[in-house]
Design a protein around this ligand. Structure first.
Ligand code: SF4
Length: 366
């Protein structure tokens, strides 16, 4: 695994990255009277309802290595084994990705019991509890594990602490698939903490041997605050050197923070159930910058931009870049002349496909 590297001062206009050329704004820029606001521009563009002059794209944004691997896994399984390939839960939390894979023959199910005996089943990027693996085996399923290696690492930590007799504080969100999977590794030893208030109120089964682990897609700042409380209350608590928040989640939050001094509104492209995308909205709102989580350009509401000149755009780790470019085009069609990229982190993390697929040399089924 290569690590994310930082490169200084990367700032490039994106209008020259193979995208359609931005429509030329009328001379005199964007000092328009109200009646001009909906005037069609040369080339068919429509002037934006507000006075947006600039769109800045956060970098890095979008697909992380774990999502890339999970999507590739389903595509490769379809090539190797043919339709249908069953996937337990959403392979990644993005409605567009799920719909596109469904159209290609993936069948998304909630439970192993929904999969016909002997069929091929992919576990999603968020991981599964050992009981799910057991149920799949009992059903005779051919399983392919697309769990992100960074989630697997947290599962391993949970098992090691539990085997050594520790009580484990899992910092995370109740009901999230990743938390369910991690908890399933040692349900008797794990207690969930979701907030600073939970940490203050925590009464662990034992304080001598106590450790914490975290969900990978949390708010960096909120998690630090929770860990601070745990360390104050339980000075001997053990934990990872850095919390388990993954590189992609922390880099995307960091990139948004860099942007917030320059923008008046942030659009986060991602689905409602995407944890890391929701955290990006919270990062903006915590500094007083309004933010909207949108699945795609169709969800944009013109009224958001009344009086807004500079808009920031980012995307969660499971949102395809195509959706970002469609949002850029939405602004270009409305005459926004300046769509530029901002950022200084370059990611080059790549995860190998699951071993089940690397081993298999079989051609696609007829
Ligand atoms: Fe893995 Fe992080 Fe991506 Fe989740 S967000 S799939 S933990 S790299």
């Amino acid at each position: 695994m290569r690590i994310a590297a930082r490169v200084p001062g990367l700032a490039a206009a994106v209008s020259n990255l193979g995208e359609p050329a931005a429509p030329t704004p009328p001379s005199g820029g964007l000092s328009h009277s109200p009646e001009e606001i909906t005037r069609p521009l040369p080339g068919g563009a429509i002037l934006a309802r507000g006075l947006v002059q600039r769109v800045i794209l956060a970098s890095p944004r979008g697909y992380c290595a774990g999502v890339e691997r999970a999507v590739d896994t389903v595509e490769r399984a379809l090539e190797l084994y043919g339709e249908p390939v069953y996937v337990r839960k959403q392979i990644v939390h993005n409605s567009h990705v799920v719909r596109e894979l469904s159209e290609r023959g993936a069948v998304f199910v909630d439970s192993v019991e929904d999969v016909p005996e002997g069929a091929t089943l992919v576990f999603s990027a968020h991981g599964v509890a050992p009981s799910v693996r057991g149920a799949s085996e009992a059903r005779g399923l051919r399983t392919i594990d697309a769990t992100c290696p960074l989630v697997t690492k947290v599962h391993t930590q949970a098992r090691r602490y539990a085997d050594a007799g520790y009580a484990i504080v899992l910092i995370g969100h109740a009901g999230h698939e990743e938390v369910e999977g991690t908890t399933g590794e040692a349900p008797q030893a794990i207690v969930l903490v979701e907030s600073v208030a939970d940490a203050e109120a925590l009464e662990p089964p034992q304080a001598e041997r106590l450790a914490y682990i975290t969900q990978t897609t949390l708010s960096v700042d909120e998690t630090h605050a929770i860990v601070d409380v745990l360390r104050r209350r339980f000075p001997h608590i053990e934990g990872p050197e850095k919390e388990d928040i993954c590189y992609a989640t922390s880099n995307r939050q960091w990139a948004v923070k860099e942007l917030l001094g320059e923008v008046e509104l942030l659009l986060v492209i991602g689905s409602l159930n995407s944890s890391n995308s929701n955290r990006l909205v919270e990062v903006a709102e915590a500094t007083g910058v309004p933010a909207h989580l949108i699945d795609d350009a169709e969800a944009i509401d013109d009224s958001w931009f009344d009086g807004v000149e500079v808009v920031g755009v980012t995307s969660g780790a499971s949102a395809p870049e195509r959706l970002v470019q469609e949002v850029c085009d939405w602004f270009r069609r409305r005459g926004v002349p300046d769509v530029a990229e901002h950022g200084s982190v370059y990611e080059d993390v790549v995860f190998k496909l699951p071993p089940e697929l690397r081993r298999s040399k079989r051609p696609a089924a007829a």
